[in-house]
Design a binder for this molecule. Sequence first.
Ligand code: DAH
Length: 339
Amino acid sequence: MIEKIKALQAEIGAATAANNEELEALRLKYLSKKGAVNALMADFRNVPAENKREVGQAINELKAFATDHLAEIRNRLDEAQAGGERPDLSRDAAPVVTGTRHPLSLVREQIIDIFRRLGFTIAEGPEIEDDWHVFESLNFAADHPARDMQDTFFINRRPDVLLRTHTSSVQTRTMTSQKPPIRIICPGRVYRNEAISARAHCFFHQVEALYVDRHVTFADLRQTLLYFAREMFGPETQIRLRPSYFPFTEPSAEMDISCGLCGGKGCSFCKGTGWVEILGCGMVDPAVLEACGIDSKEYSGFALGMGIERITNLKYLVNDLRLFSENDMRFLAEFAAAR
Ligand code: DAH
């Protein structure tokens, strides 16, 4: 019996198949119910009891051997069918390209984070606005040039539906719906009808901050600005406030920071002055508070607004606004390591 099993194993070991049909024939011949391996079981009944163990084991081994051998043939046939190519298991995996955060998103998050530490919360408003929220409530005179077609994208005239030209509209949206104390930061996209160039675009991004409470003073504004500038641009940063004019603040100022490139000595970046302008600010005009139903005798406030592109330009030395909206992977990938 053992001899018979060995002979069968040798036979199976030598068997080959050139195609699927031949392989199937081998399977039927050896491994199917009526195949040669199962046929051994009939003889097994006649094996003397003392040999049953040894013979049973040999039959099991034969069965495993035949199964493996046919599987090997199957693999070889599959490979041949796939053009004889074996997968190269040592090859590097295809690189996974992960996205990077857009520089404007990075800087927006940095700005929000700094103001959050001062207790400001995010407020948002619509990009499609009306004249009252964007201009009238903010004290823009009826004939103010900013309302002109030159600057503002109008969707409809009378009633006015327009794309907001600044995020200051979120100030009045908040003041008309909440009671002081108000401490909000409003990031968002704004639109202006400008020819697209390295220095101007028809849409860009701003962050507005507004603080209204009892006894808010210019000193609070200045300290907030100093804190922001140093958190954003480093602890050595100096700030300078220059008198300016905005319809919705009185007094108004523009803030410069010491030039981060030359440390204030004067270079081509700051045009030799040592200072670069970064934002507008001021004390909320009492007329704006009143327009929003806030008693200007009881409450005062400060506001400030900055362009995110401008801050990004200063922080990462990007000198062409168009780069921010062109989705050039070479540009965006440069910010992979920034946070
Ligand atoms: N809204 C102004 C602009 O678009 C920026 C600004 C200036 C916002 C002074 C303010 C502010 O809140 O106080 O140019």
